[in-house]
Design a protein around this ligand. Structure first.
Ligand code: SAH
Length: 513
């Protein structure tokens, strides 16, 4: 395993071994990086023309140039004399294919000096990264010696997709983390009523679920406000009639948002969103529209739900158009029915707009046909989380059925024994689907009996669900003897949708007469 180059090298001596007559772009960039990292670059090159040096961008204090043929023992003479003369890092940029390259590599290995030889992963103990830095955010991309140009391009593409305020996001979250760990007097009052153990969990939930761009504005009171006593909203006589719609946002991909949902989002005054509503959907909310995201953290779900409903009623009474945006479909484990009753009982009957549920999208993106002739003629959607965290009543095994378990992956250790009691076979093919239809979607194909081990081996990427049944191996099988297989990413190659496309399709001149 190669290690990636970390750049905090104050006082170190880094050797660049080159053989070109001019300072190439690669060498210049190595020298610049070394200087930026705080180390001293020493360039050894017997061929370097004097005029190349004269026109060099570096002065003598910054760069030491040694015009000689490199020898292996130079590794032990150009280092810091106050330490042991051994250099701290070596970069070989020589084009010629001389045996000295291997000798340098072997010697570096012996002396435990990290070495990078250009275009040779075989003669390198670490890989160069194409880096990006904004504030405390740092990104390093490598193609492991395949192509640094490609690494650069990939870095640019990745950076372009990240929120612009990434530096603020990083420093805000770091700040919150420290304030939670070492509460000072300023925060004592705010955090008083929150148990120690819960605070880090809340923060990690926020980091996991909130739209990235919003993380820069999260404050310590956002972590706690939801615990304060909620004001009871009295029903007042409304002068202007507000209206509310319960809208399903689909599982993540913009291409799975319904036209009706898009229309509602575009015409809302206030959007009350679940924390699970995917980033891609939050991103298309017009800037002028007010958005409130539910502050649901472990142990705080009820308060957060009440808070959201209260805000809804307050704004309806002011005559606003509220969109209660819910992930997937509002009536599939989305408390849509309860919310319908709540708003209706306050005099505001919601319009309910369905969304594509993750329960049915996940099998599709995992290449699992939920029904398939002679394999499965039933689909069951169930939950692994019952009321008050208890386990629900679980289904008896039926071989002709595809069962999708939502809210269950974290509880599999408790769920599996109950399934085995209900005659579920250990060799049943299953597929874990995480972040279905999102760019960071992950599929894990395995069998029921191996599921616990596999889940332990990979870090979870919520939200995720489990698809079970023989339908899981109709179109995609594990190889012989393979315990599990991971497939990363969701590629909408044919249906990649942007808001621009949708609006383009809906534009007046394309609509039928
Ligand atoms: N109303 C939602 C479900 C809400 S319950 C719907 O119809 O999709 C929340 C659970 O849904 C999560 O615990 C997870 O099991 C599942 N889930 C939601 N979105 C998902 C996604 N994009 N990929 C995989 N599972 C998802």
């Amino acid at each position: 395993m190669k290690f990636l180059c970390a750049h905090e090298c104050s006082g170190e001596h880094h050797l660049i071994i080159d053989d070109s007559e001019n300072l190439s772009r690669v060498v210049i960039s190595r020298i610049t990086n070394i200087i930026e990292s705080g180390a001293k670059p020493i360039l050894v090159n017997e061929n370097l023309a004097v005029q190349a040096l004269n026109s060099a961008l570096f002065n003598q204090q910054e760069l030491e140039v040694v015009q000689k043929k490199i020898e292996v023992r130079d590794l032990e003479t150009f280092g810091r004399c106050e330490v042991d003369n051994v250099v701290d890092r070596v970069f070989v940029t020589m084009k010629s294919d001389e045996p000295i390259k291997r000798q340098l590599f072997e010697r570096c290995k012996k002396l435990r000096i990290p070495i990078n030889t250009i275009n040779s992963s075989e003669l390198s103990s670490f890989t160069m990264l194409s880096t990006y830095k904004k504030g405390d955010f740092q990104l390093g991309v490598t193609t492991t010696h395949q192509s640094c140009k490609l690494a650069n391009r990939l870095k640019r593409e990745i950076v372009q997709k990240l929120p612009e305020n990434l530096d603020q996001i990083v420093s805000n979250i770091g700040n919150l983390k420290r304030r939670i760990q070492f509460i000072d007097s300023e925060d004592e009052d705010i955090l008083d009523d929150v148990k120690d153990v819960k605070r880090p969990r809340w923060l990690s939930q926020i980091i996991e679920y909130y739209p990235l761009s919003k993380l820069a504005d999260i404050s310590i009171s956002d972590l706690t406000d939801a615990y304060a006593n909620m004001p009871v909203v009295e029903q007042q006589h409304a002068t202007k009639q507000g209206r509310i719609s319960l809208v399903g946002s689909g599982p993540g991909s913009l291409s799975m948002l319904t036209v009706g949902a898009l229309h509602e989002i575009y015409n809302a005054d206030l959007i009350l969103a679940d924390k699970l509503v995917p980033q891609q959907i939050i991103d298309i909310i017009p800037k002028k529209t007010e958005v409130f995201i539910a502050r649901k953290f472990p142990g705080n779900a009820e308060n957060a739900q009440q808070e959201l409903l209260n805000i809804g009623i307050e704004n309806l009474q002011r005559g606003k158009h509220i969109v209660r945006l819910k992930q997937g479909d509002p009536y599939i484990f989305g408390r849509g029915g309860e919310e319908y009753n709540f708003f209706a009982s306050h005099g505001y009957k919601p319009v309910v707009m369905p969304g594509l549920t993750s329960a049915l999208v996940a099998p599709v993106v995992a290449t699992v046909p939920t029904t398939h002739r002679d394999v499965s003629d039933q689909v069951l959607v169930c939950t692994g989380t019952g009321k008050k965290g208890k386990l629900p009543d679980l289904p008896v095994f039926q071989s002709n059925r595809t069962v999708v378990f939502l809210m269950s992956l974290g509880k599999m250790v408790d769920i599996l024994p109950l399934l085995y009691d209900r005659k579920w076979p250990t060799d049943l093919p299953v597929c874990v689907v995480e972040r279905a239809s999102c760019p960071d979607q992950r599929l894990i194909r395995t069998r029921l009996g191996d599921l616990i081990d596999v889940l332990k081996a990979v870090e979870s990427r919520p939200p995720g669900l489990l698809v079970t049944g023989y339908s899981c191996e109709v179109l995609c099988k594990l190889d012989n003897g393979q315990k599990y297989r991971i497939e990363e990413g969701y590629h909408e190659t044919h249906v990649r949708t942007s808001l621009h496309d949708i609006i383009g399709v809906l534009s007046e001149d394309k609509l039928p007469k």
